[in-house]
Design a protein around this ligand. Structure first.
Ligand SMILES: [Zn+2]
Length: 140
């Protein structure tokens, strides 16, 4: 199959972040830097989809410089295939809106690992850097 067809079908498929929107109108434009997330939840969703599609550069770029280690990309390369992401549920958000500087998103993410389905439930924290939302850390 030629590459354009693959790209087209991904653009028109439902977004892996489970927004029920198609990828080309949801996380796709963020991944291709055509636009930037306006809310912490949009960044959270687009990072989940980036894990799904193995978009390491996006994951590195959207990590806040205060917590980004030089080894981050290597760590992601080593670990990204260990979980197959199945479903994302956003449980609660606090702040993280267009006028905020920080935000928190509580989520449950189901994944397949070592033959079992598991759920990661955590709060991700986000802060703006130069106006753009960046991921800071997770608290269980
Ligand atoms: Zn999405």
């Amino acid at each position: 199959m030629d590459r354009d067809k693959v790209r087209l079908s991904r653009e028109q498929s439902l977004c892996p972040c489970k927004s029920r929107e198609i990828y080309g109108l949801c996380c796709g434009p963020f991944h291709s830097a055509k636009s930037f997330p306006e809310t912490a939840e949009q960044l959270m969703r687009s990072r989940y989809s980036a894990y799904f599609f193995r978009l390491l550069d996006y994951l590195v770029d959207t990590t806040h410089p205060d917590v980004k280690t030089p080894a981050l990309r290597e760590e992601l390369e080593r670990t990204i295939d260990s979980a197959k992401w199945i479903f994302l549920t956003i449980l609660k958000t606090s702040k993280g809106q267009a006028g905020d500087k920080a935000g928190k998103v509580e989520f449950a993410a189901d994944f397949y690992h070592d033959g079992e389905i598991k759920t990661l439930r955590a709060h991700s924290r986000f802060r703006r850097f130069k106006g753009l939302w960046k991921y800071v850390d997770d608290k269980g």
